[in-house]
Design a protein around this ligand. Sequence first.
Ligand SMILES: Nc1ncnc2c1ncn2[C@@H]1O[C@H](COP(=O)(O)OP(=O)(O)OP(=O)(O)O)[C@@H](O)[C@H]1O
Ligand SMILES: [Mg+2]
Length: 268
Amino acid sequence: MKSIVSLEGVSKAFGGLKAVDDVTCSLSEGIVTALIGPNGAGKSTLINLITGVFLPTAGLVKLGGVDISKLPMHARSRMGIARTYQTPQMIHGLSSIENVMAGAYRFGSHGLLKTIFAPWMVAKENSEIADRAAIALRTSGVPEQWWDRRATELPYGIQRRVEIARALAQEPKIILLDEPAAGLNPAETADIGRLLKQIARGGISVLLVEHDMPLVMSTADYVVVLNFGRTLAMGSPTEIAANPTVIAAYLGADDEDEAEAEAEECVA
Ligand SMILES: Nc1ncnc2c1ncn2[C@@H]1O[C@H](COP(=O)(O)OP(=O)(O)OP(=O)(O)O)[C@@H](O)[C@H]1O
Ligand SMILES: [Mg+2]
């Protein structure tokens, strides 16, 4: 499978703490890769290293084989990296569709001169952006009744979808989602899972950071496990679910045999 994002020996230290420690892995094109691990394992930090919020202390971040380790966030977003946040980041006072249009604006090329001398071109661009936002909202399953409502008035489950729509409106190559199902009920969570699969099948790679194991197991094609900033295991969901080291990390058991026995009990 062709890799879209690859990390080569990536580390990020905050003072003495290595939040991400020598991580090497790659995210393949057109699949859902899940990134899991206990609280504080470094999952959000890894997303921030891919999007450019943080620059790595060591190692390389590549997009389509090109080193982007030192590029600022806006350059990476223009190159096709989109994200959602652990807590939804809506622009207050704007409607849902305006929030999604804000995501699509990287396509808008008009500067001041064009606005003054060729306003019709700007109007055309704006309507194209509105069209793109409408497609993204529809794909993300946001009912039309919510499009013109202020983003902050939306039910939480709809807000999470609007965030995904905003990322999709950028027409990205890869979308990184930090706990998109946090705070959602099981039915809403299952819907998000189906949406993410649909996005991946459509050719956009997906990185899913998630604590909800049923969602990870039913949605991910490949799973990377982080623990204390290091990769603990990688493999298919079934391989990961049966991996005693992973089970031990999650249960906090100090004895792997004990963890394995507990896992067998869960299966039985
Ligand atoms: N900006 C920062 N400054 C200092 N320490 C940080 C910063 N961001 C994260 N950390 C620390 O880095 C470690 C990894 O944090 P991170 O947020 O990446 O974990 P996570 O896997 O996303 O956890 P969670 O599942 O709770 O969201 C933690 O110990 C955290 O306290
Ligand atoms: Mg996090």
